[in-house]
Write a protein that binds this ligand. Structure first.
Ligand SMILES: Nc1nc2c(ncn2[C@@H]2O[C@H](COP(=O)(O)OP(=O)(O)OP(=O)(O)O)[C@@H](O)[C@H]2O)c(=O)[nH]1
Length: 664
């Protein structure tokens, strides 16, 4: 606890009245991870210690910020400061556990860690802190990217406060604004933390002025930190204890808890993260789900410290995990209320269900791998309940799945996890958004797969609607012109144009979701030399002039390549799609015509002349093993081809189509 004690000695403030309070004995040795010490006796001892933390001694808080402003690094430092993890544990961003998170340096899944913290009681703090009151702090690290704001709002439901981290050099960015409002609307106490003050370009005073101007935050409330050098960090936890209220709840009521998250563990089964709102939960208790009415026995219960640490009990206001013999995460509905079986309780408010904004077909690269893909998707969705999955069949690609995602990065991350964690090779179709079409007979359908949109004469389309978003863009003022042009090319409608300080402008646009799901962010970054930040929130549907565009190979429509586009853009998108396909489809022994068509009208056409590809052409002489190798390689290559009618389409062609499907 040396780090914490030193930090506390530096702390100048006396916040809480001294009181005889024993620091948990079982938690006194942070050098030994508790999980490695777990035994029934130990769990019992820990459970007894947990009972010493009534809600007044608990603080549940989150760290929210724009991507890369330092949330995960700050979380690491706080875990170290409280002895929850060892200093220099050799693994930066401890709470970013997934391989994709480490590779991409982003947080995808919100994580929780319980910390124990002793607050200085005397001024100046005495070297012996044994009489100091200790606190149980639950830190919930959240993702910063727009696609994962669903995870953010979920995490916030278990918190009473949030650290709003802002980079001292970059200042307030688009996601700072979005995250601030998520926290503000959830009535959380917000502690502004201006981080990265060690940077030469840091300008904390300017950031303070921005916080005042945009959120009416008193500049004196801001903490100045460097998660890198440790400067200012000793003020963070005392501020959490002083400024964030303790969780509400009644220890004497029957147990009631909010299900925050769930995932599947091969050995332990379904693990639910819960926030106990009332009562106490003990190992062996019978609990029921308010959503399904099913009952379960609590097999294991504990805290995340930061690994799963059995305690045998969780009390009001505490956040931890429960294992209860659920067979699938489908039984563990996020936002559900779990409660004491046979008790009548008022279910907790829960969360808005996740809205799927991007849909795409996922097919095995090799048709015979359908079962393997199905298994991989099932396993992955056990840990990512925000993906929707339904089976679908394509004449071009065979059997596959239509999956709904929260956004494009979410889709990308899902693909990457399928490949990395499950070795699945997939072909994905052009992403699409959920359109609403009305037919001549007045019936309406939501279309998540363009191929499913009937174009038969009996089913005349009378009207269509597309989802829109309100996008917030923050840019240095010299880029305002190009950004306004980009937004109008993407059919945007300006809602707001203001300056947040002398150099930077804030633009708000209503944009069709379709226009931003592919490549908008890259384009925005490239025209602003990487300076733009961007965030969006869902808005309403708007009526639009949309058409279904088919791609035909030798006159045959390829259902997996159908897309829905705005009528005015059909020509341009069609042209780009056929040009791209021409580049990626290899010449075959016969001529291939590639066409884009809207209804029966062909709007773009390319022809690929016939040629025979002889892989042995360069293989002079009679080396039979070399010949065999080349033929094997060709066979391997063929596996990666999809045969549509008589045309072989390489996997890459499908991937490339994603990039042009939303061209300007
Ligand atoms: N100079 C400096 N760099 C920092 C500081 N805090 C974090 N960083 C660096 O900033 C980068 C981003 O930090 P992260 O902690 O991953 O940021 P994040 O906000 O968690 O990002 P996401 O998880 O993607 O939302 C990393 O390279 C950190 O090493 C700081 O105080 N000073």
């Amino acid at each position: 606890m040396a780090g914490a004690a030193a930090a506390l000695r530096r702390s100048a403030r006396r916040v809480v009245q001294p009181e005889a309070y024993t620091f948990p004995r079982a938690l006194q040795n942070p050098e030994r991870p508790l999980s490695s010490q777990a035994s029934p006796d130990r769990a019992g001892a820990l459970g007894t210690e947990l009972g010493l933390y009534p809600p007044e001694r608990i603080r549940n808080f989150s760290i929210i910020a724009h991507v890369d402003h330092g949330k995960s690094t700050l979380a690491d430092r706080l875990l170290e400061l409280t002895g929850t993890i060892k200093k220099g544990h050799g693994q930066p961003q401890y709470l970013d556990k997934l391989q994709v998170e480490r590779e991409r340096g982003i947080t995808v899944k919100a994580q929780t860690a319980t910390m124990f913290y002793r607050l200085a009681t005397s001024q100046p703090p005495a070297p012996d802190q044994s009489d100091a009151p200790s606190y149980l702090l639950n830190l919930i690290d959240t993702p910063g990217h727009v696609d994962f704001s669903y995870e953010v709002s979920r995490s916030l439901a278990a918190c009473q406060g949030a650290l709003l981290v802002v980079d001292a050099a970059q200042g307030v960015q688009a996601q700072t604004i979005a995250n601030f409002y998520l926290a503000f609307e959830s009535n959380l106490s917000i502690i502004p933390v201006i981080n990265k003050i060690d940077q030469p370009t840091a300008d904390p005073d300017n950031v303070k002025a921005q916080l005042k101007r945009l959120f009416d935050i008193d500049p004196s409330e801001a903490l100045l930190t460097s998660a890198k050098t440790g400067q200012g960090l000793s003020k963070v936890l005392p501020a959490v204890i002083e400024r964030i209220p303790s969780p509400p709840g009644n220890r004497d009521s029957p147990v009631r808890m909010l299900l925050l998250d769930s995932y599947f563990d091969e050995y332990k089964g379904v693990i639910c993260h819960v926030a106990v709102v009332d009562g106490a939960l003990h190992k062996g208790d019978k609990i029921a789900s308010a959503a399904t009415g099913r009952t379960y026995e609590v097999l294991d219960v504990g805290i995340m410290h930061p690994e799963l640490t059995p305690t045998g009990v969780l009390y009001t206001g505490q956040v931890g995990y429960v294992i209860s013999g659920m067979r699938s995460t489908k039984e563990a509905r996020i936002g559900d209320t779990l409660h004491q079986a046979k008790s009548t309780i008022e279910p907790l408010p829960g969360f808005k269900p996740a809205r799927h904004m991007v849909f795409s077909g996922l097919y095995p690269a090799d048709g015979s791998d359908f079962d393997a893909l199905s298994h991989a998707i099932e396993k992955l969705t056990c840990n990512d309940a925000s993906v929707s999955v339904t089976k679908e069949t394509s004449t071009a690609l065979g059997m596959g799945f239509r999956c709904g995602f929260l956004g494009l990065l979410h889709m990308d991350v899902f693909h990457q996890r399928l490949e990395q964690e499950h070795g699945a090779q997939v072909i994905s179709t052009i992403p699409t958004v959920p359109y609403i079409f009305e037919y001549g007979d007045g019936s309406k359908v939501q279309v998540e797969n363009p191929a499913a949109l009937a174009s038969t004469p009996g089913k005349r389309i009378a009207a269509c609607w597309e989802p829109t978003v309100i996008a917030t863009i923050i840019i240095p003022s010299e880029y305002v012109g190009p950004v306004i042009m980009l937004c109008s090319e993407r059919r945007g409608e300006q809602q707001e144009y203001t300056f947040i300080d002398a150099q930077r402008a804030l633009l708000k646009y209503r944009l069709p979701l379709r226009e931003i799901i592919v490549d908008f962010y890259n384009e925005l970054k490239s025209i602003t030399s990487g300076y733009a930040t961007f965030d969006y929130e869902d808005s309403e549907y708007q009526q639009s002039d949309l058409v279904k565009m088919d791609i035909l190979l030798n006159g045959q429509p390829v259902d997996a390549m159908a897309t829905i586009v705005h009528n005015q853009k059909a020509q341009r998108v069609g042209r780009e799609l056929v040009e791209k396909l021409k580049k990626f489809i290899e010449r075959q022994m016969f001529e291939i015509t590639i066409q884009a068509a809207v209804g029966s009208k062909v709007i773009a056409r390319e022809t690929l002349s016939a040629m025979r590809k002889n892989v042995l052409a360069k293989c002079y002489g009679g080396d039979i093993t070399r010949k065999k190798k080349l033929l094997e390689k060709q066979k391997e290559g063929k596996k990666r081809m999809k045969r549509v009618g008589s045309v072989d389409i390489p996997q890459e062609a499908f991937h490339e189509l994603l990039k042009v499907s939303n061209s300007k």
